[in-house]
Design a protein around this ligand. Structure first.
Ligand SMILES: *Cc1c(COP(=O)(O)O)cnc(C)c1O
Length: 524
């Protein structure tokens, strides 16, 4: 495959499935338009707007103003519009079809959430407005916090963390502050099960802890003997996901909490999988000291492409005094925002973000909670678990479940069913793209060989699940029926074929540089 100077393929590879006409003259396929970078479409000597020079604006830059060209690619409004719409059509989206990414809880984002988030009273507030003019926004933050504490059975919540990983950072900083307040600065070792999400060890290290890995037992849960052997008086705590990333409920969780507390440590629970237990289990009853909640997973707010996430973090009595500023408190009939690390916030570990959190996500999440009610949220957990078990039950005869028994909200398969076929987990996932399905989470958790982690969520219908399962079954049979080429060639129908993913990860090209005069620029 030939590449241009930006490391992007310039030609679509030929393949037999399209009768040798895979290449088109234009690079577009059907009505799916080929798209170049905006820098390659626009030109720096062109401008898309035509405005008169503003009058009477004296320069106030004190000689620091830019004199050279800024170098932005100029395009007209229709050209700009088309560029971004073409790109958006290459994206897969939750509004387009099933999104079975395990551990990500890609559920439907209800339109009602969007309607409420766009109400001017919520959408047009600014964090620097006087408190008296944003009482409703403060109340909304307070109420959402109240329901998060109620659902988790925890006495405090920090609303400002802006993603799950940021919530982990919040919880672990609170643990560190609590240890320091006890004068136990030697406690720096954090236990992390080997099935943990990568953000867990990364957070622990970022907060100045060291990580000690606990192996999984044969059933995919924490190995209790190994855990006991690792306890000691340098323990800061444990970071544990429940249900864990193998899609299984950690049955010994109460005992784990007691052991950690007896050893003088704190229990951080990664709450990313809360969707499986919301309304049914309160983490506070399990002995948890801190847990983040991904509003974009359990509470149906959009997963941004690096965009607005939100990871409120609930805290136990022991950690509550160390919560970050700012936070809202109710005083009589009015609400105030505590901004400074003094008075009731004198032990706060500090500030994690410029303002109070993601208002648009708070509005959507509270709308979701209110429209479901407590019985509806319980039903969410029930249906999420039922859907995953339906997939597990219908596919276990053609694919190989990683562990025996029922699962929680996600079904985990390994690659034993592909043994001897010449097809890998990656090849299988690429063939799913040709079938119109975004692949499941692959090669995670690391404890399972060639892992395929499928999380359907509760928002898929029985018919939708059946169509997906039928396709997966057909693919599994094709792999075992010797159709290896179908997998090695896949994806045949995607705009780009097999990319050099290792190179893309190791040598990402993040910056556009003007190509040399004699170099091919794009897929033309
Ligand atoms: C999604 C996830 C996270 C991280 O959450 P972000 O909001 O993506 O930062 C952490 N742990 C687990 C198990 C997850 O699934």
């Amino acid at each position: 495959m030939s590449m241009n100077s930006q490391g992007r393929p310039t030609r679509i590879a030929d393949n037999a499935a399209t009768g040798g006409y895979a290449d088109t003259f234009s690079g577009s396929r059907g009505l799916d338009q080929a798209e170049t970078l905006i820098f390659e479409r626009g030109a720096t000597d062109r401008c898309g707007v035509d405005l008169p020079e503003p009058k009477g604006t004296a320069l106030r830059m004190g000689g620091l103003e830019r004199h050279g060209e800024i170098g932005l690619p100029g395009l007209s409004e229709p050209e700009t519009m088309r560029h971004y719409v073409r790109l958006s059509r290459k994206n897969y989206a939750i509004d387009l079809g099933l999104y079975p990414l395990g551990s990500c809880t890609m559920k439907h984002n209800p339109r009602l959430n969007e309607k409420v988030a766009r109400m001017p009273g919520f959408a047009d507030v600014h964090p620097l407005q006087p408190a008296s003019t944003v009482q409703g926004a403060y109340q909304l933050i307070g109420e959402l916090g109240h329901w998060l504490m109620t659902l988790t059975g925890m006495p405090a919540v920090a609303m400002s963390p802006k993603a799950g990983a940021h919530g982990e950072f919040c919880g672990m900083l609170a643990i560190r502050a609590a240890l320091d307040a006890r004068g136990e600065t030697h406690r720096r070792r954090v236990l992390v099960p080997e099935s943990a999400h990568g953000t867990n060890p990364a957070t622990a290290i970022q907060c100045g802890f060291t990580c000690d890995e606990i192996p999984a037992d044969a059933g995919g849960r924490v190995d209790m003997e190994a855990l006991k052997a690792k306890l000691g008086d340098d323990i800061a705590g444990i970071m544990l996901t429940n249900p864990n990333t193998c899609g299984l409920f950690e049955r010994d969780i109460r005992e784990i909490a007691d052991l950690i507390h007896e050893a003088g440590g704190y229990f951080y629970c990664d709450g990313a999988n809360f969707n499986a237990i919301v309304g049914r289990v309160r983490p506070g009853d399990l002995g948890v000291d801190a847990m983040h909640i991904n509003l974009h997973k359990t509470f149906s707010t959009p997963h941004g492409g690096g965009g607005p996430g939100s990871g409120p973090t609930v805290l136990s009595e022991a950690l509550a005094p160390f919560a970050p500023v700012p936070f809202v408190v109710q005083e009589g009939k009015s609400w105030k925002m505590v901004e400074q690390e003094e008075g009731e916030a004198s032990e706060s570990f500090g500030r994690m973000a410029a303002f109070h959190g993601q208002m648009g996500m708070f509005t959507r999440a509270l709308t979701y909670m209110m429209s479901h009610g407590s019985d509806g949220l319980k039903q969410v957990a029930n249906d999420a678990v039922l859907n995953a078990n339906y997939i597990l039950a219908r596919l276990k005869h053609v694919m190989t479940p990683a562990f025996a028994g029922y699962c929680m909200h996600e079904a985990l398969f390994d690659d034993r069913f592909l043994q001897g076929t010449g097809v890998s987990t990656l090849d299988f996932a690429k063939a799913m793209i040709d079938e119109g399905y975004h692949p499941m989470t692959m090669y995670f958790p690391l404890v399972v060989h060639g892992a395929m982690l499928i999380e359907p969520t509760e928002t898929e219908s029985r018919e939708g699940l059946d169509r997906f399962i039928d396709t997966m079954e057909a693919l599994a049979k094709a792999a075992n029926g010797g159709e290896t080429d179908r997998f090695l060639a896949a994806p045949v129908h995607a705009p780009t074929k097999r990319l050099d993913e290792t190179r893309a990860a190791r040598q990402p090209v993040l910056r556009w540089t003007a190509p040399m005069a004699d170099e091919p620029v794009a897929a033309e």
